[in-house]
Design a protein around this ligand. Structure first.
Ligand SMILES: Cc1cc2nc3c(=O)[nH]c(=O)nc-3n(C[C@H](O)[C@H](O)[C@H](O)COP(=O)(O)OP(=O)(O)OC[C@H]3O[C@@H](n4cnc5c(N)ncnc54)[C@H](O)[C@@H]3O)c2cc1C
Length: 474
């Protein structure tokens, strides 16, 4: 095995990662797999358990595969070959609810004869907290990255040779760490973004969104098992969090819009505070609109979290030797599951960027020689092939601009459309008039392929190819 890449001054850490969310952990894992050491500083004492992402698809499967976790993630997760849009459940005279009528159906793929879906053609439904656990187990096995729990980063400075950060440990003790590069994977409220003076631009949505993990016995499990509820006020997303079966208790995610206001019996508008929304009685009232099955319902809320929804993008994803990835750089509403998937693809692109930077050896920070041949394992085989000069700041700028382009041109418009499709009009009107539903009904494979092409072809960034081509003479 090649010796791990450690800088000449042994007290300098090659890469400091802030945040042990899935984006930071994937970056640590991929760097370790390229023999690049890192430390991960996490303010919490353990991995986060809040109900957040659940669906992973498209090129993210290939990234999981390259990281060696695809088999486990796909085995533990519930596969979904598509999704359905429905009205709210309807109620019979005994109060029993049946799943709402189907407004449209998107079948992306079917399993092969062995019951398995082909990689990249379907969605894996697995709770984000479990995904992070799998990543953490793999990071730990490498021995090349250490997670320092209970370390809250508070300050940062950088010069031409490296980055220094301060973190406050659980005991309230300030500690300094010096690294060659820093990756801010510290989520939507990123302190790294703020310390770098990088602004977020965009807008926030008026509704709040509550995610609940619910243990329940579903009377039926449809194929595909994921559905969106279309309604001007009580829209939402229903998805299993594990392999669920009809008539057997299983874990489901019910994510529901919290309307800007409720109507009192006298018709007046009632605005609920976050605390009021999180009261079990109100959460139950939202859930009972979405849950099919007999009453009383046997559901138990295991976890719940209330969120605001935004469409926000950082003005840059790098400054000097510091980078942003994941929610630290961009935030979109969760409908359609594009947020974490995009963050994981940032981690993939940043891994490649740093891999390229480290492949060039230590030397002048701005100008490095890059051999034009790419080694079989993705690491430049230095000393072979003809060499040319690459400007590292241009490489880093390219990481930022490519990932920002993905958000601005693909993720922002797609996720906005995914959300507004659920509530912009009467469900029957949406079913009839929405352009995407019309295309799905026409079912022309070429048309559907062209609609999905940006996601499948442009979502992932191949930094190695960019270096080999357009970064030439940058
Ligand atoms: C209800 C809901 C459903 C969603 N569903 C999907 C989905 O199906 N698919 C999808 O792709 N996305 C989905 N998303 C989005 C997804 O959850 C986020 O994109 C994802 O959490 C971003 O991961 P991250 O690692 O960038 O940030 P985070 O998960 O927020 O992790 C950041 C980490 O940094 C740590 N941190 C913060 N500040 C500091 C500091 N100063 N010092 C040290 N550590 C710090 C935090 O404690 C945290 O552990 C959903 C989001 C929500 C709210």
């Amino acid at each position: 095995m090649e010796e791990a890449r450690t800088p000449p001054h042994c007290d300098i850490i090659p890469v400091i990662i802030v945040g042990a969310g899935p984006v930071g952990l994937l970056l640590a894992l991929r760097l370790a797999q390229s023999n690049i050491r890192s430390i991960v500083l996490e303010q919490e004492a353990t991995l986060g358990a809040a109900p957040r992402a659940i669906g992973y698809y498209g090129p993210v499967h290939h990234v999981f595969n390259e990281a060696g976790i695809y088999d486990q993630v796909s085995r533990e997760g519930m596969p979904s070959g598509g999704y359905v849009w429905r009205t709210l459940p309807s109620e019979d005279e005994k109060g029993t609810k049946t799943l709402g009528s189907v407004l449209c159906r998107n079948v992306m793929s079917c399993p092969d004869s062995d019951g398995q879906y082909k990689i990249c053609t379907y969605s894996i439904q697995l709770a984000q907290c479990r995904l992070a656990e799998i990543m953490l187990e793999e990071v730990t096995k490498t021995g090349l990255s250490e997670v320092l729990w209970d370390h809250r980063v508070t300050d940062l400075s950088q010069d031409e040779n490296g980055v220094t950060i301060t973190a406050i440990s659980g005991q309230g003790e300030p500690k300094s760490f010096r690294g060659l590069y820093l990756a801010g994977c510290d989520g939507g409220k990123s302190i790294i973004r703020k310390l770098l003076g990088i602004r977020l631009a965009g807008h926030s949505w008026p509704e709040r969104f509550i995610a609940t993990d619910v243990l329940r016995t579903a009377p039926v499990v449809e194929d595909p098992p994921v559905h969106f509820t279309v309604d001007p006020k009580y829209w939402g997303v229903v998805t299993p969090l594990e392999h669920v079966k009809a008539g057997v208790k299983g874990l489901w995610r019910y994510s529901m819009a919290v309307p800007a206001y409720e109507e009192a019996e006298d018709g007046s508008r009632v605005f609920l505070t976050d605390e009021q929304v999180l009261e079990p009685k109100y959460v139950n009232s939202l859930l009972l609109r979405q849950l099919d099955g007999p009453r009383p319902s046997d559901h138990v809320v295991v976890r719940k979290s209330l969120y605001k929804m935004h469409q926000l993008l950082a003005s840059t994803m790098y400054r000097g030797r510091c980078f942003l990835a994941g929610d630290a750089a961009h935030i979109n509403n969760p409908i359609g599951g594009l947020g974490l998937c995009t963050g994981l693809l940032d981690a993939d692109a940043l891994h490649q960027t740093l891999e390229i930077a480290f492949s060039l050896g230590q030397g002048d920070h701005d100008q490095r020689h890059i051999p034009t041949t790419n080694g079989a394992n993705g690491i430049l085989s230095s000393g072979h092939g003809c060499r040319r000069t690459i400007n590292l700041q241009n490489l880093f700028l390219r990481y930022s601009s490519e990932r920002r382009r993905v958000f601005q041109n693909i993720i922002h418009p797609y996720s906005s459309a995914n959300k507004t499709r659920l509530h912009s009009a009467d469900p029957e009107d949406i079913a009839r008039e929405d352009w995407y539903f019309q295309a799905l009904r026409r079912g022309d494979p070429k048309e559907l392929e062209s609609i999905n092409a940006p996601l499948y072809n442009g979502w992932r960034t191949d930094m190695w190819s960019l270096v080999g081509t357009s970064l030439k003479d940058a």
